[in-house]
Design a protein around this ligand. Structure first.
Ligand code: NAD
Length: 261
């Protein structure tokens, strides 16, 4: 156990798996009390128990990030329990429907936007009132796909949300600087998690996949295999802690230089 975020309270969406889980466990090991916010109660409780078994403090809260009322109530619950919010990790997200734009239904497009983009908006919006007197750090999980889309054919909705999150992060960083609230984005390349379970692949995808020669997924110069959730969690810890107190408005790639090829 360390003390890099000792005494702080962290609100983490998508905390029941993958990058959110790794960040929750990492922050808890460094002294933060962690609220795990997400859709799947079983997963959240498993992470809560793992943090508690390691001597940390955690609470799980079932909430849908695409529902503003759910998020507001989740913050209320944390404030009632711990009285403060210092770190927000707006991380929940889905790949959503993947397929040609021509066949993408509005509902399919909108579900991805509602989860990834509106979910980020609600998570940041309702953090401001509790954070504005004491300051803090907000981290948004974007992706290299917001900027580089070549390896993500059919992910028009997803890539739109990931680019949108970076623009939103910059606006929020400017607007919230006066409250000493820092806002940054982490932009992972391919990370080994269960995100593919949230993918709804349309059959027509094959047509565009064969039309363009794609490099193997996750290939990057530093290593051949994908990154790990723990590597992203290390960056989230740094951005959460006062060690990064001059960093705001930045999007930081964590991709083994995948975005350079
Ligand atoms: P994951 O599927 O393990 O984690 C996503 C989490 O978000 C899950 O726990 C899921 O239950 C939760 N979630 C989904 N919809 C939700 C909703 N409406 N309300 C509340 N929670 C919801 O996958 P991950 O890879 O850890 O994804 C975390 C973030 O990282 C996502 O924003 C994703 O876009 C981003 N990302 C992942 C990769 C990758 O290669 N895995 C790369 C770049 C960015």
């Amino acid at each position: 156990m360390g003390d890099r975020v000792q005494g702080k309270v962290a609100f983490i969406t998508g905390g029941g798996s993958g990058i959110g889980r790794a960040a929750a466990e990492r922050l808890a090991r460094e002294g933060a009390r962690v609220a795990l916010v997400g859709l799947t109660e079983d997963h959240l409780e498993e992470v809560e128990q793992s943090i508690q078994a390691a001597g940390g403090e955690a609470v799980s809260i079932q909430a849908d990030v695409s529902n503003e009322q759910d998020i507001k109530e989740a913050y209320d619950q944390v404030l009632k329990k711990w009285g403060q919010i210092d770190i927000v990790f707006a991380n929940a997200g889905i790949n959503g429907t993947v397929g040609p734009i021509e066949t993408l239904e509005f509902d399919e497009w909108n579900k991805t936007l509602q989860t990834n983009l509106s979910g980020t908006f609600f998570t940041v919006k309702h953090a401001i009132t509790p954070m504005k007197d004491s300051g803090g750090s907000i981290i948004i999980t974007s992706s290299i796909n917001g900027n580089r889309v070549f390896t993500s054919f059919g992910m028009s909705a997803y890539s739109t949300t990931k680019a949108g999150q970076v623009a939103f992060m910059k606006m929020a960083a400017l607007e919230l600087a006066r409250y000493k609230i820092r806002v940054n984005a982490v932009c992972p390349g391919a990370i080994d998690t269960n995100i593919d379970e949230s993918t709804n692949k349309k059959p027509e995808l094959e047509e565009i996949a064969i039309a363009v020669e794609m490099p193997p997924e996750g290939e990057h110069p530093l290593r051949r295999e994908p990154g790990t959730a723990e590597q992203v969690a290390n960056l989230v810890l740094f951005l959460s802690s006062d060690e990064s107190d001059h960093i705001t408005g930045s999007s930081i790639y964590i991709d083994g230089a995948e975005s350079l090829i």
